[in-house]
Design a protein around this ligand. Structure first.
Ligand code: GTP
Length: 556
């Protein structure tokens, strides 16, 4: 190797702009993977990524590249483009010196491109704009160059125009990385200082930590300490990601790789932790800001006997996706479970799907809500704030960037879809938390013959209360079996009833089928009815089967 210069770079843009396809070409060009027709987003390794065609997890690969007689080691992190996975992007930046900002030549700058540019800019990383898909008929790379100059103040001659799909001009991207991204400032002679920037739990090998070495080196057999837990471990294996794990004798400062050290518990090797050599303590690296969940939903095992399995699955998956927050919760209807916080609805769906696919679990996910702070006084009377325009900027003749202040619950459910359909797919959207605002929120009760159903109490905006109340009453009507008396299902705000449905009475006699005097048959039927009743929850004198709540609370 001689003395390799080393750089690391993640690259990102908006969904589908071609980051993972560019990664395929970079892996091929550097001989990291064989060039075949089948290389399609090879770094999207998860089943959920392949099924949905999007990246949800940042993936690392080490590449060797020969340029002007020198061999370079480059570490690449392919990051997701969707706003719900931006935590993967922000974390990856702390292991990098520069970024490739990939922008579709047809679509131009998107909201997420702007958000990601500023993340990289604030972290003082070199930014290389890469305009992709120049092979498309309607591609307009010159238009995108102008946008880049105007919005990011990057001279247009710094943009690299490529087709990741066809491989056109991709070599220039590697050369620009060598020329424009500085090698990391590291010290091999200092004692080991390694940042854990990602972790995965392997059933057989325990925690596999992805590490970026800022100082020193680490080899198999070394004794290391976690700055977070102060526990000491012996290193069993170190290696590089090529992009699959490939064991090596050592990892040196400037390299990105993986490390296995007999950590069997998911609380060990947390993301953001610093690892150092036993008896050589170092100042821990800054770590990461914790993610701020935006959408909260209840998660319960479909069957309570699966509680412990689900608990362990959630712990393992949150090690790999540390942007999810977990708090224990319980519901009269659904039993013991958790309240999970996600960065958005897509994130919630993907987490659920990963639990099912990678951990073989079956869960009930309740309708998502956003957090509120309630002050129980007349302050609720304060007028609700509507969306307020904060900023307007013309990116070019056809594109405008608008900033609004919105109540979060107005955007988490279907805002993005509505925006896309209203603008025929042209508008894009990104958001950040602007803190709590006072709003006209009401607590809505659901009543069965006058008795409050605690499981269904919700907080809604006053203006939405009627439609939400009506939907819940209708869903409950469809899922409640008829009983011997009429049931009034009502949605109420305080003492005011805002929606009502009625379930008509039904006379059910389980013994009616038993003509004749077969007493054993009668007993069997009565026993079965009694067992069925155990699965019921009594509200007043109304028996509500548990799955009625599930039907009302479930997202779909
Ligand atoms: P996310 O990680 O989910 O944000 O997506 P991405 O930016 O990694 O995009 P990806 O590489 O998955 O590509 C999205 C789609 O664009 C795929 O169908 C690719 O085949 C296509 N694509 C990527 N690069 C090019 C290109 O240069 N030309 C054309 N025509 N299509 C491309």
């Amino acid at each position: 190797l001689g003395k390799p210069d080393m750089s690391k770079f993640p690259y990102h843009a908006h969904v589908d702009h071609g980051k993972s396809t560019l990664a395929d070409r970079l892996l091929e060009l550097t001989g990291t993977i064989d060039k075949t027709k089948n290389n399609k987003q090879v770094l999207d390794k998860l089943q959920v990524e392949r099924e949905r065609g999007i990246t949800v997890k940042a993936q690392t690969a080490s590449l060797f590249y020969n340029f002007e007689g020198k061999q370079y080691l480059l570490n690449l992190i392919d990051t997701p483009g969707h706003v719900d996975f931006s935590y993967e992007v922000s974390r990856s930046l702390s292991a990098c010196q520069g970024v490739l900002l990939v922008i579709d030549a047809n679509e131009g700058i998107q909201a997420q491109t702007v958000a990601n540019f500023f993340l990289a800019f604030e972290a003082q990383l070199s930014v290389i704009p890469v305009i992709n898909k120049i092979d498309l008929k309607n591609a307009d790379p010159e238009m995108v160059e102008k946008q880049i100059e105007k919005v990011f103040d990057i001279p247009r001659n710094e943009c690299i125009k490529i087709s990741a799909k066809l491989g056109t001009n991709v070599e220039s991207v590697l050369q620009a990385v060598i020329e424009r991204i500085p090698p990391p400032k590291v010290h091999r002679k200092n004692p080991l200082r390694a940042l854990v920037f990602d972790s995965i739990f392997d059933q057989y090998r325990g925690v596999i930590a992805n590490v970026a070495l800022f100082d020193g080196m680490v080899s198999k057999g070394d004794k290391i300490v976690s700055a977070h837990t102060q526990k000491t471990y012996e290193v069993n294996e170190v290696g590089v990601l090529n992009p699959n794990e490939q064991p090596t004798l050592k990892l040196y400062a400037g390299q990105v790789g993986y490390l296995i050290a007999g950590m069997k518990d998911v609380t060990e090797a947390q993301i953001g932790d610093t690892l150092y050599l036993h008896n050589h303590p170092v100042e821990p690296l800054p770590g990461f800001k914790s993610a701020k969940p935006m959408v909260f939903a209840g998660m319960y095992p479909t069957d309570q006997s699966e509680y412990n399995n689900l608990k362990s699955a959630i712990e393992k998956l949150t090690l790999n996706d540390s942007s999810v927050t977990v708090h224990r919760d319980s519901s009269l209807a659904l039993g013991a479970g958790w309240r999970l916080g996600f960065l958005g609805l897509l994130h919630m769906e993907v987490f659920n799907q990963r639990l099912e696919q990678e951990y073989n679990t079956s869960v009930i996910l309740t309708t998502p809500t956003v957090p509120y702070k309630a002050i129980l006084s007349s302050a609720k009377l304060i007028k609700a704030r509507r969306a307020v325009q904060k900023h307007l900027m013309f990116i070019d003749q056809n594109r405008v960037m608008l900033k609004y202040l919105f109540p979060l619950n107005e955007i988490v459910v279907d805002f993005y879809d509505s925006l896309k359909s209203l603008s025929s797919g042209y508008a894009s959207f990104d958001y950040e938390d602007a803190g709590y605002q006072t709003a006209e929120l009401v607590k809505m009760d659901i009543l069965l013959n006058g008795n409050i159903v605690e499981e269904l109490v919700t907080v809604v905006h006053k203006e939405k209360a009627y439609s939400v109340g009506k939907t819940i009453c209708e869903r409950l009507k469809d899922s409640l079996p008829r009983q011997l008396f009429e049931i009034a299902i009502q949605a109420a705000i305080g003492s005011k009833i805002i929606a009502r449905e009625t379930v008509k009475a039904y006379k059910k006699n389980v013994l009616a089928k038993c003509y004749g005097g077969d007493i054993t048959r009668k007993m069997k039927l009565l026993k079965r009815q009694a067992e069925g009743k155990k699965k019921l929850r009594k509200i007043g004198n109304i028996e509500v089967p548990k799955d009625a709540f599930i039907k009302v609370l479930k997202t779909q």
